[in-house]
Ligand binder design. Structure first.
Ligand code: SF4
Length: 449
């Protein structure tokens, strides 16, 4: 199905749209406009902005006006969690609104995981009734809606029936499709994101298959959430997003990095164009070893193409080892690239798995500097997973399967978590990292030296 988001066409054979999200405070209008302009200059075709409360709604209108006055016509997307009235207000202002079914009316508080059929149906009906005003406003203003399901924030109702699984993610989206269709609303995009590449790919393939069976194919937004930064974040994104694009699944993509958002765009564009490069790689698969031979001098392009291809191979063939060659790079660099890809696929873990959100207007500390410190101090534990998250509103839920987490509070302070349990009050970052170090030692995580 082809839909329109402002002047952009999406779906049904339209080119893949590259998007990203600002991480400034939305009420800092000048900073948000300046960042959006840098993103567009880097090639971003759609700009998402967080709108946590009604306070940011008027800032959103002013940001849109200033961008249009600067001649920037890209569609804007309001990112809304928790508050239906905020989504409804935004739907009259920008071209698209994103809501998360896990926290829009529904809740995730792990309080009731054994709903009866009657309770399940009532809960679904409550959500359908609460969604109606938003759908009506979207219809009046020709505003598109993204149903953005995140693995880390599935609501209790869905978890009660399907567990915390890729199927639950697909069913959560499918329920919203039904709600929208029963209200006669079809201007829809769906996304199923996870920091686990395999979960994200499996859920998205599942939803794609379900929609095909129903004879409807709404556009799909692809992304690996909390992918991290640097090479790790880029490789994870290529493995997850590129794999699906190579199967012709996906209509718009976002690479989520804990870096300035304008950095995300060039790599996203490389992944989007990787499908045209797949015939240039020499491939051999023997005795569970995938052997890939490249002749690509551009490191970023090599990473985007190799990650996409390896992710795709991982979806369709079993392999347990990987050899990469590229005559433009040293053996050590090729080995490093193979290790990154194997870790992204979770075939072999050789370093700490660090998940970190891209940050947004909710972040009140230096998450990029903190992530760098975490990487420097704690990268050598292959059995350990650490979350570095921007805010306490969504951070603890989104990093739910991490062993430990550093989560942003206010005033440049962070809180240390052990899984879902809050262990400290807000601390200075260095004190929090010392505390984390002690926790890692106490729990006997072994180092990969
Ligand atoms: S977890 Fe990160 S990206 Fe998500 S809402 Fe919080 S700060 Fe924003």
């Amino acid at each position: 199905m082809k839909i329109h988001i402002g002047s952009l066409e999406m779906g049904e054979g339209a080119p893949v749209v590259v998007q990203s999200m600002t991480n400034t405070e939305t009420c800092d209008i000048a900073a948000t406009v300046a960042q959006a302009m840098r993103m567009v200059e880097a090639g971003c075709q759609m700009v998402r902005i967080t709108v946590p409360s009604m306070k940011e709604v008027s800032a959103l209108g002013e940001i849109k006006q200033r961008l249009r006055a600067e001649g920037i016509a890209v569609p804007l997307v309001a990112d809304v969690h928790f508050l239906p009235q905020v989504a409804e207000a935004c739907a009259a202002i920008v071209e698209k609104v994103r809501v998360n079914p896990g926290n829009y009316v529904d809740k995730r508080n792990f309080s009731q995981l054994d709903l009866t059929d009657v309770q399940y149906a009532e809960s679904l009906q409550t959500m359908a009734v609460r969604a109606r005003p938003l759908l009506e406003i979207c219809r009046q203003h020709n505003t598109a809606l993204r149903i953005g399901v995140n693995h880390g924030s599935l609501c209790d109702r869905i978890v009660s029936r399907y567990g915390n699984t890729p199927l639950a993610m697909a069913m959560s989206a499918l329920e919203w499709i039904d709600i929208c269709e029963s209200a006669g609303f079809h201007n829809l995009v769906l996304s199923l994101k996870s920091s686990n590449v395999n979960t994200m790919a499996e859920a998205t393939r599942m939803l794609h298959g379900m929609m095909q069976e129903r004879g409807e194919a709404y556009p799909l937004h692809l992304g690996v959430t909390e992918a991290g930064a640097g090479d790790e974040g880029r490789m994870k994104s290529a493995v997850g997003i590129g794999a699906l694009l190579l199967d012709s699944i996906g209509d718009t993509i976002r690479v989520s990095l804990t870096e300035p958002p304008e950095n995300e765009v060039p790599f996203a564009r490389l992944i989007a164009s990787a499908t045209g490069e797949k015939d240039r790689v020499k491939v051999a698969l023997a005795a569970q070893t995938l052997h890939l031979c490249y002749d690509e001098p551009d490191r970023q392009k090599w990473m985007a193409v190799a990650g996409s291809f390896i992710g795709h191979a991982h979806l369709h063939h079993a392999f347990s080892d990987l050899v990469i060659e590229n005559r433009h790079f040293s053996c050590d660099e090729c080995k490093y690239m193979a290790e990154l890809a194997l870790q992204a696929c979770r075939i072999r873990m050789t370093r700490t798995e660090i998940v970190s959100c891209p940050s947004c207007g909710r972040t009140r500390y230096d998450i990029m500097g903190t992530l760098e410190k975490v990487k420097q101090r704690f990268s050598h534990y292959p059995n350990l997973k650490i979350g570095v998250m921007g805010c306490i509103v969504n951070g603890p839920g989104e990093m739910a399967d991490a062993d430990f987490g550093i989560v942003g509070a206010t005033d440049n302070k962070v809180i240390v978590y052990k899984q879902k349990e809050k262990l400290t009050p807000p601390l200075e970052v260095d004190a929090a990292l010392d505390f984390l170090h002690q926790l890692i030692l106490n729990n006997n995580y072994s180092k990969n030296l």
